[in-house]
Design a protein around this ligand. Structure first.
Ligand SMILES: *Cc1c(COP(=O)(O)O)cnc(C)c1O
Length: 538
């Protein structure tokens, strides 16, 4: 990529995970966005981020004495944010809402511009209060700020943009502004839509239908989200109810899913949408300087003692777990890491599905498992999943740990210091998953269902393990039974003997894990692919 010819890209995202204490992220979508603008900086790629400065961010979720998760929110202040002096306004419920624009490059990232409604001129300063805290009207208000406010901020900052990249459907309303601008310049709606499509690209993330947000047109109209378009024009873009993913697909010149398998899934999912852009696949990646421990890189590149480096990092993780939970794990026993959002399809309790099989190993401590993950604050099912994991911690004291309030610190610790990274979603519902990439590059061996990114990387028994053989069925019970058996078989017959009886093989697998993932799943490859397949016009 030669820099002076590269198109300038504005990358819109509801969340950015740049650093643990900068609480403008919730999960994987934000981690990807944060890694993206750091990777862009490393590559000298002209990509800037557009997001929101959340006052409270996502929930801080702790566990009460009964083992139930509860949510708390705190106001955060970030001294390091630069005031651009720019302010733009958007219309929400027929009222002008002012958005202050902040800027930061503090985390080795390309410039990130953040919109903020928490200023004295606004009667409602809470629009940018909580990330994913509310549904319905408040979410639309946030999307008006990100999308429409984001485009206006770019104009006020006088930043010329060639490509508008919507990371997930949250930013789709930005296109109403791009269309409106062109219609103000005298073009018809048709021409303006076509010209807008020409400069927008879209990434879809969720293979779960309900996860693809939609709103009744009445509500969008009431919120002033039409932005001077007519009801009929809005309906042509997103349908009624107005689906943000459908809108993204119809407002872009090209779209993508975030792994090869996810691209196939997304094509099936959206095959009936007329007038949509083609969906290709660009597999996610991670910013290696953020996630890979330098001691591992050193040992790998110098052909040094990978195992010694791993043990040092594992002991640090064990100390960290003890500080957080009071539980002291054994560094000489297998340590399994499992951290992800508490959602049913991720099946965090699959490993407990046959207690008679797993209990002896947990009781002897030969298998130790550390869990972490938040439930969405309004998701009671997710909260029951967390409570169940906390109950397992009490049932198997000293072998099962649940770390509350999952964040980037916990994510980094577990993906550096565990021995095994376990992932067992219901295929094909995991879009990509990046935590497994973090693990793989740290020599933490993936033991995973063939979902998300893993089919692209897995050399079974050589750089990690697969289980389940890619089996799929709509019968959830049958799927869980099948995958549960496959998990036990792989863990007990293949992983454990290698760990306890064949250390040289294990260390060779660690080496292969690093070797086979460090380039294909690093941001450099991903950003080049976005340029070659999406940003640069064919
Ligand atoms: C890496 C990371 C994620 C994304 O991981 P998945 O594999 O998608 O679960 C989410 N949250 C945190 C805090 C992370 O560090």
């Amino acid at each position: 990529m030669t820099q002076q010819h590269l198109p300038t890209v504005a990358y819109f995202s509801m969340e950015f995970g740049l650093e643990s204490s900068f609480k403008i992220y919730a999960g994987g979508l934000g981690i990807l966005a944060g890694d993206y603008i750091k990777g862009a900086r490393d590559e000298g790629a002209p990509i800037i981020g557009i997001g929101i400065k959340w006052k409270q961010g996502y929930t801080d979720q702790h566990i009460d004495p009964d083992g139930k998760p509860y949510d708390t929110y705190h106001n955060y202040m970030y001294e390091f944010l630069e005031d651009t002096g720019i302010q733009v306004s958007v219309t929400i419920r027929n009222i002008d809402v002012h958005c202050k624009v902040w800027r930061t490059e503090k985390f080795g990232n390309n410039p990130l511009y953040l919109l903020d409604t928490d200023i004295p001129q606004n009667s409602d300063s809470w629009i940018t209060g909580q990330l994913y805290g509310w549904f319905g009207e408040e979410r639309i208000a946030q999307e008006i700020v990100l999308g429409i406010g984001g485009v206006r901020a770019l104009r006020a900052l006088q930043i010329p943009v060639d490509v508008y990249h919507f990371n997930e459907g949250h930013a789709a309303l930005a296109a109403t502004e791009l269309i409106r601008e062109k219609m103000n310049g005298g073009r018809s709606f048709e021409e303006a839509w076509q010209a807008t499509r020409d400069e927008v690209v879209f990434t879809t993330h969720t293979p779960i239908r309900e996860g693809n947000e939609s709103h009744p047109l009445e509500r969008l109209e009431y919120m002033s989200a039409f932005n001077n378009l007519t009801r009929e024009q809005m309906e042509r873009i997103g349908g009624n109810p107005f689906n943000m993913t459908v809108a993204g697909l119809r407002l872009s010149r090209i779209s993508n899913g975030v792994a090869k398998l996810h691209g196939i899934t997304a094509n099936k999912m959206w095959q009936d949408v007329s007038g949509r852009s083609a969906i290709i696949s660009i597999t996610n990646a991670i910013h290696t300087p953020t996630w890979v421990d330098p001691r591992i890189t050193e040992a790998y590149e110098s052909n040094g003692d990978l195992w010694a480096a791993h043990m040092e990092i594992k002991r640090e993780l064990i100390r960290f777990i003890e500080e957080r939970s009071g539980i002291a794990l054994n560094a000489d026993h297998l340590l399994i890491g499992f951290s992800r959002r508490a959602a049913p399809y991720k099946r965090s309790d699959l490993i407990f599905s046959k207690p008679e099989l797993i209990a002896p190993y947990l009781e002897s401590g030969k298998i130790q498992i550390v869990f972490s993950g938040k439930a969405h604050p309004l998701d009671d099912t997710g909260k029951r999943i967390v409570s169940n994991l906390v109950a397992m911690m009490k049932k198997y004291p000293g072998s099962v740990v649940f770390l509350e309030n999952y964040d980037m610190t916990i994510g980094a610790g577990l993906t550096r210091g565990s021995d095994i990274w376990l992932n067992n979603p219901r295929r094909p519902l995991e879009a990509s998953g990046t935590s497994g990439m973090k693990a793989a590059m740290n020599g933490v061996l993936n033991c995973s269902i063939l979902d998300g990114w893993w089919p692209e990387a897995c050399l079974d028994g050589e750089n990690g393990w697969q289980f389940g053989d890619g089996f799929e069925t709509d019968n959830t019970e049958a799927l869980d039974r099948h995958d549960g058996e496959a998990l036990y078989e792989t863990l007990l017959q293949r992983v454990l003997p290698t760990y306890y009886e064949n250390r040289p093989k294990w260390v060779e697998m660690m080496r292969r894990s690093i070797e086979t993932t460090r380039e294909p799943f690093a941001t450099k490859r991903m950003i080049e692919e976005y340029y070659n397949k999406m940003y640069i016009k064919a």
